[in-house]
Design a protein around this ligand. Sequence first.
Ligand code: UDP
Length: 167
Amino acid sequence: MSQMTPSLRYQRILLKLSGEALGSRQGYGIDGETVRRIAAEVKRVHDLGVQVAMVVGGGNIWRGADAAATGMDRATADYMGMLATVMNSLAMQDAMEKLGMVTRVQTAIEMPPVAEPFIRRRAVRHLEKGRVVILAAGSGNPFFTTDTAAALRAVELMLKFCSKRPK
Ligand code: UDP
C-alpha cells in the first residue's frame, strides 16, 4: 500500500550517512551502540510516515583515495571502499530490523546472496510500501564518492518530490 501523509513537509527523504558517523570515537570500525542510536533516530522520522532512503558511506573502514596515496591502484582501492559501504549498510539494516523496521539493502555492485541490486523502480516501490531502502556500494563506479552517489540517487528517487507543496 502506498504511504502518503499529506501533512508532512517532506514525504520522502534521502539521508546520507558518512561511514565515520558509524565508527567509534576515533571514527574507525563499526560501533554497535552508535549504529543502534542512529537506527532509532531514523525510526522516529520513519514513524512520522516519511519514506526514507539512505546512502551509507565507508570512510570508517576504507577510503580509496587514502590507499591510492600509498601506491595502490586507485580503481582497486575505490572498489574496496565500495565494499566497505556494503558492510556498513548491512550493519544499519541489522540494527533497523531489530527495531522492527522493514528494510532492503540495494547495492550498485551486484552481490545477490548479500543484497538486491539497485533497481530504481524497485527502490521506489519499496519506499512506497514503507520499507527503508539502504543504498550500498555508492555509485558502483571508482573515482566517485558516496556524496556523489547520494546526489545521484536523490535525483533518481526524489525528483517528483522536489517541487514545493502549495501552502
Ligand atoms: N567509492 C567509490 N565510488 C562511489 C562511492 C564510494 O569509489 O560511488 C569508494 C571511494 O574509495 C570512497 C569509499 O568508497 O573513499 C568510501 O566512500 P566515502 O569516502 O564516500 O565514504 P564516507 O566519507 O561517506 O564515509
